[in-house]
Design a protein around this ligand. Structure first.
Ligand code: ADP
Length: 263
């Protein structure tokens, strides 16, 4: 709490009383703390790959460059770490554009069913590699919404790719599109590792991961769900999640929708 006092004077400068201002700065402090934490996180996330790149480059310069096999190995690591930094910077730029409302959305009438189908097709190959079964429950309805097709595809792909990443071999990933009241809901359910209850409310926070090492090893930036949440909100929608550790996770994407004559 911020406290300020000032004397309250009359025309002859006699003190009549005091004016006190009591300001609750809890929100302000919280925001400041969040900003500090964000900068610390960004610095740490960028420093980790940089440290690796630097040490491998130094070892190459110290002579490893003459051993072809070893040199190729090191160059691959450097290349991989540089890719990670690029992905991170791209996600950061995207979030910053969303924060500053600079993202231009190309709003059009689009078929959500079509976008979901395309995204499922693209991730089938990743699921197959892990012997996972990915099923999309097709319906005869073609759900049309207003939105930016590219952005919505990005959100759906992100959730599907997480389902594949955070599920073990032979898991099942089930995708559905259905109408629920004023919304069209895309449900992505996996029988993966699940998310502990205490982490559930934080997974949409920037850089929050249940298991940092696992996320990094899988090429994650820890920003995917934060971006997805922003994009959904820009479409007047929202994301819900429920999960049980060891059982699986279910994401629901809610898109606002008005029933039209043709549908
Ligand atoms: P990341 O780049 O780490 O995947 P995200 O923002 O996409 O970042 O996700 C944040 C965290 O949420 C992940 O690190 C993971 O711990 C958790 N998570 C997301 N989706 C799932 C899922 N389907 N099953 C289990 N955990 C998940």
């Amino acid at each position: 709490v911020n406290l300020c006092f000032a004397p309250y004077l009359d025309r002859h400068e006699n003190i009549l009383g005091t004016i006190s201002v009591i300001q609750d700065i809890t929100e302000h402090k919280k925001l400041e703390e969040m900003q500090k934490e964000f900068v610390a996180n960004v610095s740490h996330e960028l420093r980790t790959p940089l440290t690796t790149i630097k040490s491998y480059a130094e070892t190459l310069l110290d002579g490893a460059v003459d051993e072809r096999e070893l040199a190729l190995n090191f160059l691959n690591v450097i290349n991989h770490e540089a890719d990670r930094m690029t992905a991170l910077v791209q996600d950061l730029l995207e979030l910053s554009r969303l924060d500053n409302k600079q993202t231009k959305f190309k709003m059009q009438d689009i078929s959500l069913s079509h976008i979901v189908e395309g995204s499922v097709d693209k991730y089938q190959i990743h699921a197959k590699k892990k012997n996972q079964i990915m099923v999309y429950e097709r319906t005869s309805d073609d759900y049309k919404i207003t939105g930016d097709a590219g952005r919505i595809e990005q959100v759906i792909k992100n959730i599907i790719s997480n389902a594949v990443k955070y599920s073990y071999e032979e898991a099942t990933i089930q995708i559905e599109v259905m109408e629920r009241g004023r919304f069209i809901v895309v449900t992505i359910q996996d029988t993966g590792m699940g998310i502990p209850e205490e982490d559930l409310s934080r997974i949409f926070d920037r850089f929050y991961r249940v298991d940092k090492a696992r996320s990094r090893a899988m090429g994650g930036t820890g920003l995917g769900l934060a971006i997805a949440k922003e994009i959904m909100e820009c479409h007047g929608g929202h994301i819900k999640v429920n999960s049980e550790i060891g059982v699986g996770t279910c994401f629901h994407l809610y898109f606002p929708y008005e029933k039209r004559e043709a549908q």
